[in-house]
Design a protein around this ligand. Structure first.
Ligand code: GDP
Ligand code: MN
Length: 386
C-alpha cells in the first residue's frame, strides 16, 4: 500500500523524523484556514501518488492568503499524469540551502536492505542514477546488524552531503531505518531531504510503501485504508476474492496458478503484446470463479482481447469449458476470448467449446499460438477502433 505524502510525513513523525508543520485541505477555504493557522509563507502541495508533482505545477509557494487561494484553486482538480488532485497538503515553507536524497528499500537479489543517499536531491533518483551514478552512495544492510550511527555517518560523508548537514542527516537516517523496519515498509524515500538556511535538516517530501503482508500487526494502518488511490478493477477483484493485479496493456489474462499466469504475461510480451492484468484463478476454476474473473476483466476499458490459459491438473478442462460457457451467459463480454486448454480432459473441453459455436470464444492448441492470436486480435481491434 502506497501512502500519500501527508500520510508518509505523519508516519515519519512517529519515528522522530523532522517534517514541516502543515495540514490537509480538500477545498480552497480549508487551504486558507490551514495557512492562516501555521503562518505564511506556505507551500501548497497536490496529494497524488505519482512523482514529479513539482514539475507538473502541483507544488507552489504562497506568500499570503490570496496566493493560497490562487494556487489551491489551480491545483485542486489538476490532472497530474492521469491522477486528478482531490486533496492538498499545506505546510509552512522552508528556506532551502541544499536538497539531498535518502531511501531504504529491499534488494531482493542481494537478500539485504539497501540504503541510498545522494547529495543530488530534488530530481528523480532514476535520472541521477543514469546521468551521474557516482553521486549515489549505496550500502547494503544486514537486517541482523541494523544501521549503527557510525555507518549512517559514513554513508552521508561518502554521499558528499554538506558538512553542516552530516550529523543531523545521519541521525535522520537511523530513524528512517527504524521507520522502514519497525514500520514494516517496503520503501521509505525522502526526496528532497533538505538543509535549511539556518542549518537544520528535515524531510520535505515523503514516499512510503507499506508491506501489506504485515497489516495483521498494524491495526493502526486502518486509517490509511479507503482514502488511497485504489484501482477500481483491483477493488472489484478483491471483493470477489480474486488474485488480481491491474496493469496497463490491452490483453486481459486469466490463468490457473501464479506461475502459469506469470508465464502467460511473459509470452504475451514476447509476441509483442501487453497484458492488462495478472489474474490467477487458482485451483478452483469453476463456472462461478470464471464468471467473476471475466466480469472484472470486462470492466477494463483498455482490454481488447482476453487470453484464458488453463492447464488441467487437478482441475478438469471440461469443467473449465463448461464454466466459461456458463460465464458467457452471465456476462456480456465486450472482447473476444482466446482459449488455451491443456491437460486433463482437454479433448472433451475443446469439443464442448466447438459445440457451443460461440463467436466470442476461439480455441488455440498451444500457449504460444494462443498468445499470438490474442495479441493480433487486440492490435486489430485497437487499431481499427472498437
Ligand atoms: P515532487 O515534485 O512530487 O517530488 O514534490 P516535492 O515535494 O519533492 O517538491 C518538489 C520541489 O518543490 C522540491 O524539490 C523543492 O525544490 C520545492 N519545494 C517543496 N517544498 C518547498 C519549500 O517549503 N520551500 C521551497 N523553497 N521549495 C520547496
Ligand atoms: Mn519529491
Amino acid at each position: 500500500m502506497d501512502l500519500f505524502e501527508y500520510q508518509g510525513k505523519q508516519y515519519f513523525a512517529r519515528y522522530g523524523i523532522p517534517v514541516s508543520q502543515g495540514g490537509v485541505a480538500d477545498t480552497v477555504s480549508e487551504a486558507v484556514a490551514v495557512a492562516e493557522k501555521i503562518g505564511y509563507p506556505v507551500v501548497v502541495k497536490a496529494q497524488v501518488q505519482v512523482g514529479g508533482r513539482g514539475k507538473a505545477g502541483g507544488v507552489k509557494l504562497a506568500a499570503d492568503r490570496f496566493e493560497v487561494e490562487l494556487h489551491a484553486s489551480n491545483i485542486l482538480g489538476l490532472d497530474i499524469k492521469g491522477h486528478v488532485v482531490k486533496r492538498l497538503w499545506v505546510e509552512h515553507a522552508t528556506d532551502i540551502a541544499a536538497e539531498y536524497y535518502a531511501s531504504f528499500t529491499l534488494d531482493r537479489a542481494a537478500k539485504l536492505h539497501l540504503a541510498m543517499v545522494s547529495a543530488e536531491g530534488g530530481v528523480e533518483i532514476e535520472q541521477v542514477a543514469e546521468e551521474n551514478p557516482g553521486a549515489i552512495a549505496r550500502r547494503h544492510i544486514n537486517p541482523l546488524d541494523g544501521l549503527p550511527i557510525e555507518e549512517a555517518r559514513a554513508l552521508v560523508t561518502e554521499a558528499g552531503l554538506d558538512e553542516a548537514a552530516r550529523d543531523e542527516a545521519a541521525r535522520i537516517l537511523v530513524d528512517l531505518y527504524r521507520c522502514y523496519v519497525e514500520g514494516d515498509a517496503d520503501l521509505v524515500e525522502i526526496n528532497p531531504l533538505v538543509l535549511t538556511t539556518d542549518n537544520r535538516v528535515h524531510a520535505l517530501d515523503a514516499k512510503v510503501t507499506l508491506d501489506d503482508d504485515a497489516a495483521f500487526r498494524h491495526p493502526e494502518w486502518e486509517e490509511f485504508a479507503g482514502i488511497g488511490e485504489i484501482d477500481e478493477r483491483e477493488r472489484l477483484a478483491h471483493e470477489k476474492g480474486l488474485n488480481y493485479i491491474g496493469l496497463d496493456g490491452t490483453v486481459g489474462i486469466i490463468a490457473n496458478g501464479a506461475g502459469l499466469a506469470m508465464s502467460t504475461l511473459d509470452v504475451v510480451n514476447q509476441v509483442g503484446g501487453s497484458a492488462a492484468n495478472f489474474l490467477d484463478i487458482g485451483g478452483g476454476a469453476n463456472a462461478d470463479v470464471m464468471a467473476n474473473a471475466l466480469e472484472v476483466i470486462n470492466t477494463d476499458e483498455k482490454v481488447e482481447a482476453i487470453l484464458v490459459n488453463i492447464f488441467g491438473g487437478i482441475v478438469r478442462c471440461d469443467e473449465v469449458a463448461r464454466g466459461i460457457l456458463t460465464a458467457l451467459d452471465r456476462v456480456e463480454l465486450s472482447s473476444p476470448i482466446v482459449l488455451r486448454l491443456d491437460g486433463t480432459n482437454a479433448t472433451e473441453a475443446r469439443q464442448i467449446i466447438a459445440g457451443a459455436s460461440s463467436e466470442k470464444v476461439i480455441s488455440e492448441p498451444t500457449m504460444l499460438s494462443a498468445a499470438r492470436r490474442a495479441v493480433e486480435l487486440a492490435e486489430s481491434r485497437s487499431g481499427g477502433g472498437k
